[in-house]
Structure formats: structure tokens, C-alpha cells
Design a protein around this ligand. Structure first.
Ligand SMILES: Cc1cc2nc3c(=O)[nH]c(=O)nc-3n(C[C@H](O)[C@H](O)[C@H](O)COP(=O)(O)OP(=O)(O)OC[C@H]3O[C@@H](n4cnc5c(N)ncnc54)[C@H](O)[C@@H]3O)c2cc1C
Length: 480
């Protein structure tokens, strides 16, 4: 797992079973929550055989692609794992017609097998002079056809082209009966609806995904960094920063900011926007210049033209990796209305989180997709920003300390709910949401559950806070 905390297991008496990376702690290596055995799947047939085996022997199943899940959903203590990492085929087709569709329904598309990661997918579309809506991480390591998509899939270019779920044309999936189905708007459209946002590890094992591609266009990148030792100045700055956001999607801006109580680093992009146009929009950051006399220090404020999304992505994200950091996350989707009505309240709340990622990946095209066209949490359609924060600790930290940190994180969620409501992104969120059905799926939950029950009546696929998990005890091993 990317976050080693999901490889350890905390018993109810507080003792921990783990195999720590830090061997100087002298703790003997134990199995923790790492699956006991699994299948390194290399074909659809391998996945069908593994699913049939799990059903026959009534095994707890985990489906793992990259192991990046921030809630540890791709592992389970004592489970039998299906590992999709080596399903790496990529097929580009400039005139893809979905199965069962009229021959006039043609897409410029790319089909990615379940183990393809974003760096591989981006390389493949770049070779065709095209662009994909995809995730961003150091080294492009997030899976392009697994949990990212099934939970929603946000991208720096989502405000221009929608989320991952808005760009998928067809999926292939092995269900709990071992059947191999092609699902799209014309075949098994109910399952297609649910797979677009209803969560990874819940409906079956997806073996491949076909996405529409977009023409590659130049973009202008916006880099901005500022800090202040004067709390009140930084609060004023950040309140103004929040206030200008509702207009930015219309100007073609999107991207990410890392926010700390006294500083910010902002990486925005404006695809298909010239540097001259971007500079004009950037003028709306003038409030920052005005605050320099009050102690705001601006270390970076520049726009840079790039020939393509790919060149921007490779210059910032092509190297590095993030494995090995213990992370417990919390997040909220913040609606455009809330940002417009209460920029100061939002600014204060974000600054109180310690360090937060202000993911400006919604609004624009994301808001234009009809609320019911996919199974995704409808809150995404009203959202402008996805804010993420969290906690970490060192290996070997006693359970009592971990509990205290988790209680603080839970309190921060309760505090922010008053301002933002409790909707959140399924893939980057807290493991301890009090109302996960509403938080992750809103009013889509009942329909999602009915579809799950139709395709997975025995509940083979079950993950933390996922659709149908309410039928199981906390361990997800026993039905209640
Ligand atoms: C460094 C980093 C950067 C990130 N950046 C982004 C981002 O830019 N945008 C964004 O939206 N999210 C981002 N995320 C969150 C990401 O969407 C989730 O971590 C997601 O769960 C990763 O999916 P995966 O398949 O790679 O990982 P895994 O941990 O292997 O799987 C995640 C979940 O999906 C299920 N699953 C995996 N493969 C399949 C399959 N083939 N069929 C059915 N179920 C499957 C698993 O059972 C598990 O429940 C990021 C995460 C990290 C760690």
C-alpha cells in the first residue's frame, strides 16, 4: 500500500500487528492487514478464475491495482487478493464504436487495461497528439482504470473536460458470477451508471476502460507562492484568494494550491488560453500585491506557456514517488454557492486545518453534466473546490496516540460541516465518516445499492464505507 498504515492492523485491545519499514524499532514482522495470498492476474481469464475461486471458498476478497487508496480499500486482513497491476495493454482507436451502439456513434478513444497507470496512459495519448482527463501524482503512479475512475476521477483539466466518469465510454468487468460483461450506454446501462462514481471494489473487477480523448492544446501555467508571518495579513490574502474562485473556471483556470496557515503555493493552468489572456486573469491577484505593504511576501508570481498538457505534466510530475507516508485523510467538497456566500468563513476554516490541499478541479464542465447521468455523488456537480487535509504519525506510535490524532481529525470534520455540509469525494476522504451513504453518494445511494444487489447478490465485493458496506459489520467479514 502507498500508506503503510493500511498494512497494519489494530486489534480492539489496542495492540498492533504490523511489519514496520523502520527495522530499528525492533518489532518482529507480522502479517497485519496485508492479504494472506492472491492472484497476480495477467488476463481476463485469470480474474474470472480468481473470482470463481473466492466465491467457491467463501473468501474475503480484496481487489488491488496500485494500492494508492487513501482509505486502505485495496487490502483487507486475511483476504484473498486479485492484483491487476500487470494488465497493461493500451489500444488507441480514432473511430471507436461502443458495443451495441449505432455505427454513427463514433469516438476518438483509448482503451486501457486495468493495470495501466497515468504515466503510461499519458505517454500513449501524447503519441497520438491527444489528451486524456486523468489524475496527477508524482511519477504518474495512480491507476488510470481502477479506483480513480470508479470513485469519480478528478483532473487538473476537469473544469474544461469533466471528471473521469464523464469521459468513460465503455468498461469491461468481471462480476461476482464470473461473467465477463461489456457495459456502456447501450449494454447493461444500469451497471455502467453505477460504475461511474459508485466506488471501486464494489460492483466487480473492471478489466479495461475506454475513454474519449481530446485534442492536445497549448496551455498557460500560473505559478504563485506567498507567505506572511502576520496571521491577519495572510487571512486577508487567503479570503480574497477564495473570493475570486467562482470566476476562475469561466477564465479557463484550474489546478491545485497547497495551503498552510501562513503560506500558499499555487499551481494553476489555463488550457487553450494564451499567456496574454492568462496574464489578464492573473491581474485579479492584484489584491496580493496590495498586501505586500502589510507583510505579505510574494516569492513567485508568473505565467509560463507550455505547448501541451503533457509538457506541463512531465515538467512537474514525471519523477518521484510518494510511497511510505502514513496518512489518515479528511476532505470536503465545497460548493460554488458556499464559496460565493462565505469566502471568509471558508478561508478561516481552511487555514485552521494545518496544511490543506485546495484542489480547484470542479466547476466549469463538471457542473454542466446532468446530476443523474452517472452514479457519482451529485455534490460534485455543485462543487467548485475539493479540500483535503489529514494527519500522519511515525511507525511505532502507540494506539492511544493514534486515537487522539484521529479524534482531532474527526472534530475538524464536524467543525467544517457547519460551513460546507458533509459531502466528500469517495477516493480522498476520512475512513470515519458518520454518514458515509450521504457523504459519498448523496441521493444516489439507494439506486446504487439496488444495482449492486442485482450484480453482486452475495456481497463478494465490499469495501470500507462503500455501497452495501452497511450490510456488514465493521470488519466487513460478517453480515449483520
Ligand atoms: C499520490 C496520489 C495522487 C492522487 N491524485 C489524484 C487525482 O489527481 N485525482 C483523483 O481523483 N484522485 C487522486 N488520487 C486518489 C485516487 O483516486 C485513489 O487513491 C484511488 O483509489 C486510486 O485507485 P487505484 O486503482 O490506483 O488504487 P488501489 O488502491 O489499488 O484501488 C483503489 C480502490 O479501487 C478498487 N479497484 C482497483 N482496481 C479495480 C478494478 N480493476 N476493478 C474494481 N475495483 C478496483 C480497489 O479495490 C480499491 O477499493 C491520488 C492518490 C494518490 C495516492
Amino acid at each position: 500500500m502507498q500508506s503503510p498504515n493500511f498494512e497494519s492492523f489494530i486489534f480492539s485491545n489496542g495492540s498492533i500487528s504490523a511489519c514496520y519499514w523502520n527495522t530499528t524499532l525492533g518489532v518482529p514482522c507480522q502479517q497485519g492487514s496485508v492479504p494472506t495470498i492472491g492472484v497476480d492476474a495477467r488476463s481476463v481469464g485469470d480474474i474470472q478464475a480468481a473470482v470463481n475461486f473466492a466465491v467457491k471458498h467463501d473468501l474475503r476478497l480484496s481487489v488491488k491495482n496500485t494500492g494508492h487508496d487513501y482509505l486502505g480499500r485495496s487490502t483487507a486482513r486475511g483476504s484473498f487478493m486479485i492484483w491487476t497491476h500487470y494488465l497493461k495493454n493500451i489500444t488507441y482507436n480514432s473511430s471507436f464504436v461502443p458495443e451495441g451502439a449505432p455505427s454513427t456513434e463514433i469516438y476518438n478513444a483509448i482503451t486501457l487495461e486495468a493495470g495501466v497507470q497515468w504515466h503510461e496512459a499519458y505517454d500513449a495519448v501524447q503519441a497520438q497528439g491527444r489528451v486524456l482527463v486523468g489524475g496527477l501524482s508524482a511519477g504518474g503512479s495512480v491507476g488510470s482504470a481502477g479506483g480513480w475512475l470508479l470513485g469519480g476521477g478528478h483532473s487538473a483539466i476537469s473544469p474544461q473536460h469533466g471528471l473521469g466518469v464523464d469521459n468513460v465510454i465503455e468498461l469491461n468487468v468481471v462480476t461476482s458470477t464470473g461473467e465477463y460483461l461489456t457495459v456502456n450506454l447501450h449494454k447493461h446501462s444500469d451497471l455502467f451508471w453505477a460504475l461511474r462514481g459508485g466506488g471501486g471494489g464494489t460492483y466487480g473487477v473492471v478489466t479495461s476502460v475506454t475513454y474519449r480523448t481530446h485534442p492536445s492544446v497549448p496551455l498557460t501555467a500560473i505559478f504563485f507562492a506567498a507567505n506572511s508571518t502576520n496571521n491577519s495579513t495572510f487571512k486577508t490574502f487567503f479570503t480574497e484568494f477564495v473570493r475570486i474562485h467562482p470566476n476562475l473556471p469561466d477564465e479557463g483556470f484550474s489546478g491545485y494550491s497547497l495551503v498552510a496557515p501562513n503560506g500558499i503555493q499555487c499551481f494553476y493552468i489555463a488550457p487553450n488560453v494564451t499567456q496574454a489572456q492568462a496574464n489578464k486573469t492573473f491581474d485579479s491577484f492584484a489584491f496580493a500585491q496590495n498586501l505586500t505593504s502589510e507583510g505579505l511576501s510574494i516569492s513567485t508570481a508568473l505565467t509560463v506557456p507550455y505547448p501541451s498538457f503533457y509538457s506541463w505534466y512531465t515538467s512537474l510530475f514525471s519523477t518521484g514517488q510518494q510511497v511510505g507516508t502514513i496518512t489518515d485523510m479528511a476532505s470536503r467538497l465545497i460548493s460554488r454557492d458556499t464559496v460565493e456566500q462565505n469566502p471568509q468563513g471558508i478561508a478561516n476554516a481552511v487555514l485552521s486545518m494545518g496544511a490543506a490541499s485546495w484542489d480547484f478541479v470542479a466547476g466549469g464542465a463538471v457542473s454542466k453534466v446532468a446530476h443523474d447521468s452517472t452514479g457519482l455523488n451529485p455534490a460534485w456537480r455543485k462543487a467548485l473546490v475539493h479540500v483535503v487535509w489529514g494527519i500522519g504519525w511515525d511507525e511505532g506510535t502507540p494506539t492511544s496516540e493514534i486515537k487522539k490524532l484521529r479524534a482531532k481529525l474527526a472534530q475538524s470534520l464536524t467543525d467544517v460541516n457547519r460551513l460546507t455540509g458533509s459531502s466528500a469525494y469517495f477516493n480522498e476522504a476520512s475512513m470515519f465518516e458518520p454518514s458515509p451513504k450521504y457523504t459519498f453518494f448523496g441521493d444516489h445511494y439507494d439506486r446504487l445499492k439496488a444495482i449492486k444487489n442485482a450484480y453482486d447478490p452475495t456481497g463478494l465485493f465490499v469495501v470500507k464505507e462503500g455501497v452495501g458496506s452497511d450490510d456488514w459489520d465493521k470488519s466487513l467479514n460478517c453480515r449483520i
